[in-house]
Write a protein that binds this ligand. Structure first.
Ligand code: NAD
Ligand code: ISE
Length: 334
């Protein structure tokens, strides 16, 4: 059986995922695309031999669409997810699942009422070989109980539409998911410190930002988010345990020693750095849809991350340490 996918949002990652499904995801085909910019939808749809539909909601209800892929802007995800749950269709949403915890709760409640786990969230770093290897080391107990975690998330540049809260709700969400997944722990408090701003970008943007999190078991996590670092895409992570440390490997590339210099390239964006992880998450999602089972990061994860980003966004500006307000996890989510 081929899973017929309808795509909502034909921007950077929407177009990337459509190409990926056509080239590298077995058992799936993109059959419909919608975007508030119909020209973009047309361009992406024509490359895939898909139809253009007038709106995202038309994609969800189209009888030829078996499963929905949401790749529109973050604040638009919630309505499409609720519509997909209502239509009983599996839905993969790019991160962030939602941009407020209140929307996250609406989704977990709707899913529970429907009786099926239909939502999967695109926290693709859980599919990256380096992070997976870190998780294995942590699970083996070799470095002992985790005490600290240090993270860096740098982008070369961000567009003018990117605003200060997006550093939390759009960018730091990846690390917040990883804290929960790698440490198997919940984040209980968040604080955002605003250092001197880079002069290399827009006045309206607080960049970089320094974030501090604490988990229920007392692990302290620091995260630098710097989305206009100029030089490239640089993602780092280290967990410090009682008996050792484990660190994310740098992406494999050659080191050249020549003319009294040592050089290695720095990747430029997420699409290069996590290409294999994106492939793997979509392959796994399609397989799970074909087999009628839930898989991967779910709507509870999307909600729990949004509860942390709510606290962090409130701390932005004041620098206060704020508690994360999270409901009790229902048995429905295992
Ligand atoms: P983008 O601006 O390039 O594309 C977004 C597209 O959505 C645009 O074409 C826009 O016209 C369309 N759109 C906006 N509102 C819509 C609506 N209501 N209905 C239908 N279409 C709508 O942005 P992008 O970089 O592709 O990001 C899209 C989403 O993917 C965001 O949630 C972002 O956080 C996420 N993303 C994830 C990763 C990752 O590493 N996992 C990387 C990039 C983007
Ligand atoms: C973008 O939406 C992503 O998800 C990228 O992985 C991240 O590095 C970037 O900061 C976000 O804006």
């Amino acid at each position: 059986m081929t899973v017929h996918i309808g795509v909502i949002g034909a921007g950077a990652i929407g177009a990337d995922h459509v190409r990926r499904i056509g080239a590298r995801v077995p058992g799936a085909a993109v059959v419909a695309v919608a975007d508030i910019d119909p020209a973009r939808a047309g361009e992406v749809a024509s490359g895939a031999g898909a139809r253009v539909l007038p709106s995202g909601l038309d994609v969800v209800t189209d009888p030829h669409v078996d499963a929905v892929l949401v790749t529109s802007w973050g604040p638009t995800h919630a309505d499409y997810l609720l519509a997909a749950i209502d239509a009983g269709k599996p839905v993969f949403t790019e991160k962030p699942m939602v941009t407020t915890a209140a929307d996250g709760l609406r989704i977990v409640e709707a899913e529970q009422s429907s009786g099926r786990r239909l939502v999967r969230v695109g926290f693709m770093r859980r599919h990256d070989a380096g992070y997976r290897a870190m998780k294995e080391v942590l699970a083996s107990g070799e470095i002992g109980t985790p005490l600290l975690m240090h993270c860096v998330h740098r982008n070369a540049t961000a567009p003018e539409t990117y605003h200060s809260e997006m550093a939390i709700r759009d960018t730091a969400v990846h690390e917040i998911d990883l804290i929960r997944w790698l440490l198997d722990d919940e984040v209980v408090s968040a604080q955002v410190i605003s250092p001197r701003r880079t002069s290399r970008r827009f006045e309206h943007l607080q960049d970089p930002q320094f974030m501090l999190f604490e988990t229920a078991s007392g692990v302290r996590v620091d995260l630098e988010v710097f989305v206009n670092c100029q030089y490239g895409y640089d993602i780092r992570c280290e967990v410090v345990g009682e008996m050792g440390t484990v660190e994310l490997p740098h992406p494999a590339d050659v080191w050249v020693r020549s003319g009294a210099r040592l050089r290695t390239p720095v990747l430029q964006d997420w699409s290069e750095r996590f290409a294999a992880a994106f492939d793997d998450e979509l392959i796994e999602w399609v397989a799970s849809v074909r087999e009628g089972r839930a898989s991967g990061p779910d709507s509870w994860d999307g909600y729990a991350v949004a509860a942390v980003t709510d606290a962090a966004a409130e701390s932005l500006g004041s620098g206060e340490v704020l508690p994360v307000l999270l409901d009790k996890r229902p048995a429905f989510y295992g």
